[in-house]
Design a protein around this ligand. Structure first.
Ligand SMILES: Nc1nc2c(ncn2[C@@H]2O[C@H](COP(=O)(O)OP(=O)(O)OP(=O)(O)O)[C@@H](O)[C@H]2O)c(=O)[nH]1
Ligand SMILES: [Mg+2]
Length: 300
């Protein structure tokens, strides 16, 4: 069977996690309109065994990474480092962009790093649903001229456009190898990690500005009973004033966050869910090695 690892890298907010979910046909990575949504490496497993014939099968392990940005905290360092570290660990790199190269220094910075690496690279121009064809064409031509990429694709991860063609092209870069994961496995992250991410996603969606970026989730208890899963989680934030904002007037904000998270977690775990949320303050945790490691933001 042909197998391999594929890294998805790029600036924050270009649609990396949306593309991962589109490839898998399932949501395992959280996505929001706010930059720096993804904080950890997220692994998604795509397996295709045509006619049950394993010899003809493929397994691709996609590695969705945090957006590469100029860090302002130790958390930011961790995020950007873990993205850059995947460059050398994968068989193919998908470099995602959603605009022209001259629209900001971010893409150019990543591009310069990619040039130094021998790994096969595919440029993915995402969000084509928002672009006029001539604009897409100009981005395409600017990148083709550089001769850095083995191929260039335009996709809409949101609408699933051209995703199948991309997957099929990726097959050309795989080599004979072992099947790393069982056929029906979509990710190797434990359910409780995904649960903590779903809670964080709802906080990113419900709150503005700096508040959600200073939030970390800790699952304190996780009990699976036959018909119900009981989950207790702590939402850590950086300031007392943030705690008030997260809870909201008469607890309304937190209730909304809890309800939205619960519904999605129920769909994930397949039982009713009882979700209890607490809000605590941990000042400047984004610059504390101890706290970062506690929240799982450390090298694996
Ligand atoms: N119109 C359009 N929007 C998209 C597309 N792909 C992603 N988006 C939107 O872009 C925003 C960012 O998507 P994410 O998948 O969270 O981006 P990301 O690159 O993972 O971001 P970070 O995790 O912060 O690095 C979300 O609002 C998505 O819905 C697309 O093809 N078209
Ligand atoms: Mg992401």
């Amino acid at each position: 069977m042909k197998t391999g690892f594929i890294g998805i890298v790029g600036r924050p907010n270009v649609g990396k996690s949306t593309l991962l979910n589109a490839i898998l046909g399932e949501k395992i990575a959280i996505t929001t309109d706010k930059p720096q949504t993804t904080r950890n490496i997220i692994r998604g497993i795509y397996t295709d065994i045509p006619d049950g014939d394993y010899d003809k099968g493929t397994q691709m392990i996609f590695i969705d990474t945090p957006g590469i940005h100029k860090p302002h905290s130790k958390l930011g360092n961790f995020m950007t480092d873990s993205a850059i570290n995947t460059f050398k660990e994968v068989d193919v790199i998908l470099f995602l962009v959603d605009d022209a190269i001259n629209k900001g220094p971010g893409d150019r910075y990543i591009l310069e790093m990619l040039k130094e690496i021998d790994t096969p690279k595919i440029l993915v121009i995402n969000k084509i649903d928002t672009m006029k064809p001539e604009y897409f064409q100009s981005i395409y031509e600017d990148y083709s001229k550089m001769e850095v990429f083995d191929d260039i694709f335009g996709t809409s991860a949101l609408e699933g456009k051209n995703v199948d063609r991309l997957i099929s092209r990726l097959g050309d870069f795989l080599e004979e190898g072992p099947m790393y994961f069982p056929e029906d496995m979509v990710t190797d992250h434990p359910e409780r990690f995904i649960v903590s991410e779903i809670i964080r996603e709802k906080i990113l969606l419900y709150l503005e500005d700096e508040v959600p970026h200073g939030v970390a989730i800790e699952i304190e208890s996780y009990k699976e009973e036959p018909n119900i899963t009981r989950i207790g989680a702590v939402i850590y934030c950086e300031r007392k004033s943030h705690k008030g904002i997260i809870i909201g007037k008469q607890g309304k904000k937190l209730k909304g966050i809890g309800k939205a998270a619960r519904m999605e977690i129920e769909a994930l775990v397949g039982t009713k869910v009882f979700l209890e949320l607490w809000v605590k303050v941990k000042e400047n945790w984004r610059d504390s090695d101890f706290a970062l490691s506690n929240f799982g933001y450390k090298e694996e």
